[in-house]
Design a protein around this ligand. Structure first.
Ligand code: SF4
Length: 910
């Protein structure tokens, strides 16, 4: 019998491999819609595709999600702190089911329930509080959520305060920074740990000032830093990439989110285009339910990206292959073709946009150049034809031509992008160009048409929030230091003692290049795994040696904790009084969770850590944390609201005088739509929807109906295909030569990427030393780096590197071989999985594996993607996770041990 892991891997990859060769031509799709048997379909490789293999292929996404049930039947760990198995026979009706948290930044926000018996978590499950229907979706979890118990009670928990053995306060030689990552550990008391932090804080702020300190989040220690004088901020573009630019001046909402149509409208499209992303994995599959009606209605799905992934397979999408980081070239080719085919809507472009052509230039334009002129080669002599684009993006010309016709003005099309295409160097024009492509087809403001971000909760579901999480009542603190350095360059900044302070991403305006000198001493990490996710782990391992002090507040002994000097054990969400996950599940759902256990081992909540450190430093903790955690949670519940069908904002939760007395908090009784006990028992509140209800929404409908009365947030009030602000800002930031960026979306070479795969960057010429483009797909085994050491998830998901079968075979590499992946930034090992489902020239190394560096061999054995990422940026200073160059070869050194056979990374104390 197959184990859960074997079953999942086999089913999933067999299905995907079959799917890779499915004929998705319009004719075949039409036959499918008519219900003809697939047995007549001839696959691209000449094999006859059976109905059975087709069904297997379309079930691929379901196979990914199906692992939930496989994992869910596995035995649960005990609450005693060990991973002792209690067997898989634990009756589901003996004990107490509690709605618990699943909280990391995976892309979903699900209801996660645990069965507690005799103080032990013996099973996990998901939402059952109401029946599941399209109008009233259950908020079901994925395999990661079902394995949370292995994380909370895992051996790799930070169980008590830790001190790196050879680190001593005082800075300089005392720090023995050279031993970070390899030193031994000592268990110390909370009093000692906080004493060290207080002592170093006083010394560093006194002698070097606040710009010697780099902080991550203001949860516990970070709030104290604000009181001590502040710290240098990090401009983090990790998630949204170039969509973290200030998009208002282009006419778009922040991160381009919330302006798709209501999910009930998806079925009214002829075609839904998904550009990048993989909801089936990153959001655990749940958000894909937003498309259920569209699937049933036979809407055509198109997936654009470097691989035919689980999401594409689930939707039986036509795959348009585009090499990582070349989406700008692809979209320019599409726009040119739309013009050439006469399927661009010039009326829409002239009415609702500025800068498409000479007829619609904005008032603040400083040049006569416009987008149409650029497309036609008027300024550089290069028409951006499908053939021009194809050479850069690797997409067959016929696919570009077909795509342009398909998204033309005469078709009802929804264009949805994820952020994968924006997490690339050279992608700074992606937001403006995606919007331009949508405008050329007039895909705004109408039923069946949409254009915007489909990310996490917004995947195919636009519109304003119908339920809104309340406020804790805790005072916010403000960092007195405004300086911000780009996180993708932070290790280089530490080494060089200088940084370019250009402002923070996400909604704020960037400023021109501003170089500041700095002598960094303290890296203060909390709520983040900085060495795992800030670009360039190899650079990090060197730069971090230079610092006097590295602190971390963590609940697992992750990559950053291993390189710290003092590690404070943090309680997980299961060990708190209760709370809300940071992001909302969707506009229709508010997820809430309860306490499962008291803090384990010596862990404390950030609330407790912050208060204790404040006291150690002689501050009054009541000024920063004036209310209890329970009161803060209660306040958040009491101030949560929902939108009534009549458009009123009303309290969500009914709270009685008895509730207040039972909780022992301050508050007033109130009437809401759900009783407090019911809300906490269900673990969520979901608005019950129906076709045509009061919550329907069409993005940009008001703007399209009356652009003068309802202007967009840009200077012109319209979509800015010519944006003087964008060009002036990007050209001034100091990461690319002045003049690189035009006010319209132009093609910009990436520092690495497509050009970097060729010698002397001559596209089409001889291959370079690093002829592949590596990208980092999110992986169901973990959420970024979180949960990567869960034994069950390691068994289910082996974390190979995915290689194009033709490329790999040419290098004499077979399925299961160990390969060494390498580039100018580092080297890592993985087992190869050969597939026809990714484009030639690509390497897909799953995101987030933990570092396992073998210093003797000079190679990471953990398959960590960030080892191959370097301190390279351009444009707005964004990360380039998805388009670094690399090479690979068969590895003849010590064989890799499968990850699932490695022990969890428990801390050994001296
Ligand atoms: S990891 Fe994410 S998608 Fe999976 S159950 Fe948890 S919240 Fe849901």
């Amino acid at each position: 019998m197959l184990s859960c892991g074997q079953a999942g891997r086999s089913l999933y990859w067999d299905a995907l491999k079959a799917a890779a060769s499915i004929d998705t031509s319009p004719a075949t799709r039409a036959r499918r819609k008519r219900g003809e048997a697939m047995s007549n379909t001839i696959a691209a490789d000449g094999r006859r595709l059976t109905r059975r293999s087709f069904l297997a292929a379309t079930a691929a996404g379901a196979a990914a999600a199906g692992l939930a049930s496989l994992t869910g039947c596995a035995p649960q760990p005990s609450a005693s702190g060990s991973l002792a198995e209690t067997g898989d026979q634990a009756p589901i009706d003996e004990g107490t089911w509690i709605a618990a948290a699943c909280w990391d930044n995976c892309g979903g926000r699900c209801v996660n329930r645990v069965l507690v018996r005799n103080g032990e978590v013996v099973r996990q499950g998901s939402e059952t509080s109401h029946e599941d229907s399209f109008g009233w979706l259950q908020q079901r979890g994925c395999p990661r959520g079902r394995a949370r118990a292995q994380q909370v009670y895992g051996e790799d928990r930070v169980k008590f305060p830790l001190k790196r053995k050879h680190w001593q306060p005082g800075g300089g030689e005392n720090a023995r920074g050279d031993l970070r990552g390899t030193d031994e550990w000592e268990q110390i008391s909370w009093d000692e740990a906080l004493g060290y932090i207080a002592q170093e804080a006083e010394r560093i702020y006194r002698d070097f000032g606040p710009t010697a300190v780099i902080g991550t989040k203001a949860l516990a220690v970070g709030k104290i830093l604000h009181q001590l004088g502040g710290h240098v901020n990090l401009s983090d573009t990790s998630s949204a990439g170039t969509y973290s630019f200030n998009l208002g001046p282009l006419g778009l909402p922040s991160q381009d989110l919330g302006k798709l149509n209501d999910r009930f409208d998806n079925k009214n499209a002829e075609t839904i285009v998904l550009m990048g992303g993989n909801s089936a994995w990153s959001s655990g599959g749940s958000t894909m339910n937003n498309f259920n009606e569209a699937v049933d209605a036979g809407v055509q799905f198109v997936y654009v990206g470097p691989s035919y992934n689980a999401t594409a397979a689930y939707f039986d999408a036509r795959w348009i292959p585009v090499l990582p980081g070349t989406d700008t070239a692809f979209m320019l080719g599409v726009c040119y073709e739309m013009l050439a085919q006469g399927v661009a809507d010039l009326d829409f472009l002239h009415t609702y946009c500025v800068g498409f052509d000479a007829e619609s230039m904005p008032a603040d334009a400083t040049t006569d150049e416009h987008f149409r002129g650029y497309l036609e080669g008027a300024y550089d002599g290069v028409p951006k034809t499908a053939a021009w684009a194809s050479a850069l993006c690797g997409t067959p010309v016929d696919d570009i031509v077909w795509f342009a016709e398909t998204i033309g003005r005469d078709h009802a099309v929804m264009l949805m992008h994820n952020y994968a295409l924006a997490r690339c160097n050279g992608a700074d024009n992606v937001p403006q160009l995606f919007m331009t492509m949508g405008a050329m087809g007039a895909h705004f403001g109408k039923s069946g048409h949409a254009c915007g971000g489909a990310y996490k909760t917004y995947a195919g579901a636009g519109g304003p929030e119908l339920v809104t999480m309340g406020k804790t009542g805790l005072p916010a603190t403000k960092n007195p230091v405004a300086d911000t350095m780009p996180e993708p360059l932070m290790w280089q900044c530490i080494q060089e003692g200088r940084y370019n302070s250009t402002g923070a991403a996400y909604g704020t305006e960037f400023n021109a290049e501003t170089i500041k000198e700095a002598d960094f001493k303290w890296l203060c990490v909390e709520g983040r795994n900085t060495l795992q996710t800030a670009v360039g782990t190899m650079a990090a391992m060197e730069a971090i040696k230079k610092l006097d002090f590295v602190t971390d507040v963590a609940y697992t002994f992750d990559t950053t904790a291993r390189f710290a000097d003092i590690v404070l054990p943090c309680a997980t969400e299961w060990e708190r009084v209760g709370g809300f996950p940071g992001h909302q599940r969707s506009r229709e759902t508010l997820v809430v969770y309860n306490q499962v256990t008291e803090p384990l081992w010596e862990a404390k909540t950030e609330f407790e850590i912050g208060r204790a450190l404040a006291q150690k430093l002689g501050m009054n903790p009541d000024e920063l944390w004036p209310i209890s955690e329970k009161q803060a949670f209660f306040n958040q519940i009491a101030t949560s609201t929902y939108l009534t069908p009549g458009g009123e904002t009303a309290p969500l939760v009914t709270i009685t005088a008895d509730d207040i007395a039972e909780w022992g908090v301050d508050g007033e009784p109130q009437e809401g739509d759900i009783a407090l006990a019911d809300f906490l028992a269900a673990g969520c509140y979901t608005v019950k929807r129906s076709e045509g209800d009061a919550y329907s929404f069409i993005g940009y409908a008001d703007f399209v109906a009356d652009p003068t009365a309802n202007p967009l947030p840009s200077p012109s009030g319209k979509f800015e295909i010519y944006s003087q602000y964008k060009a002036d800002t990007l050209n001034a930031m100091g990461y690319s030569p002045v003049g690189t960026y035009k006010p319209y979306p132009n093609y910009v070479e990436s520092p690495e990427g497509r050009e970097g795969t060729f010698r002397d960057r001559e596209v089409g010429g001889e291959a370079s030393e690093y002829p592949f483009i590596m990208y980092n797909p999110h992986y169901l085994r973990r959420a970024h780096g979180v949960m990567d050491s869960s034994p069950w998830l390691r068994e289910a998901w082996a974390n190979p590197v995915f290689l194009n079968a033709v490329d790999a075979t040419a290098r004499d590499i077979a399925d299961g071989d160990t390969v060494r992946l390498f580039n100018a930034h580092g080297a890592t090992l993985r087992t190869a999985t050969l597939t026809e489902t990714i484009m030639p020239g690509c390497v897909a190394l799953p995101h987030g594996a933990w570092l396992n560096y073998d210093a003797d061999a000079g190679v990471d054995r953990g398959g960590m993607d960030n080892v191959l990422c370097g301190q390279v940026t351009s444009g707005m200073g964004t990360s380039g996770y998805n388009n670094y160059n690399c090479n690979y070869e068969k590895y003849d050194g010590e064989a890799l041990v499968p990850d699932c056979e490695l022990p969890q990374r428990a801390v050994e104390v001296a």
